[in-house]
Design a protein around this ligand. Sequence first.
Ligand SMILES: Nc1nc2c(ncn2[C@@H]2O[C@H](COP(=O)(O)OP(=O)(O)OP(=O)(O)O)[C@@H](O)[C@H]2O)c(=O)[nH]1
Ligand SMILES: [Mg+2]
Length: 251
Amino acid sequence: MKYGFVIPVYRHGATLEAVVKSLLAYNFPIIVVDDGNDEENRALISGVAEKYSLVTVVTHEKNGGKGRAMISGIRKADEMGLTHILQLDSDGQHDAGKCERFMELSRQNPEAIICGCPEYEKDAPKSRVNGRKFANGWIHLVTLSCDIKDAMIGFRIYPVAPFISMLKHTLYIDGRMGFDIEVLVRQYWRGVPVISEPVKVFYPADGISNYNYFTDTLRVSGTYARLCLGLIPRIPVLLFRKIKKANKKHE
Ligand SMILES: Nc1nc2c(ncn2[C@@H]2O[C@H](COP(=O)(O)OP(=O)(O)OP(=O)(O)O)[C@@H](O)[C@H]2O)c(=O)[nH]1
Ligand SMILES: [Mg+2]
């Protein structure tokens, strides 16, 4: 198993170095995707890449959204021969101290996605916390299960091969904020197990968020609508899998 990190970056050049530093001890490749940043952020990203030889930068000339940035990062990981990647945000919101535990779970379950489940501190905006509860209710509906505890967090380990295969077989995936939700559900539908593990999420007072409450919430709603439609033909398979799992438990 060959691990690496993928970090999408948009307007978070200033916090990238601290995130990269927190990962150096693993000695794994760190793929940073510069998602059409301005000159100031681009210079910060190049500075980090020059300083740390583990860092490889993939550049998008124009901002394409977090999802498209992640797709480029995963394709790069595949090219580099990595079998698993740990995705995390560049704004330092995720507790990188959890990487070790996530990798341990991944080594024990190499075929599974190890997906973060956010533990909020008091600084988290109420609207985000409540919005998530609502969004995760939909996840249980479109997967007909409670296996996925949170589908929005960008802290997770993906096995690379099933991700690339899912991309090949999917006509359309939201390239922006619906992405994390959609790729998780689509891989779950294809039989990739999802293991949830808590991770602390911080909201520093001076943090920059790219999340636009209006356009991104609209996009996320569109993603859920598409997933609901996608669920219909998959209901028999998901129910069959559920029954099989329940029978196995009783054996
Ligand atoms: N939103 C957004 N993020 C991008 C984009 N391209 C790359 N990213 C990165 O994706 C990660 C998540 O973006 P954030 O703006 O922190 O969004 P978020 O964490 O879902 O939202 P908050 O909880 O409000 O911080 C960060 O590492 C961004 O730098 C983009 O076009 N839009
Ligand atoms: Mg953030």
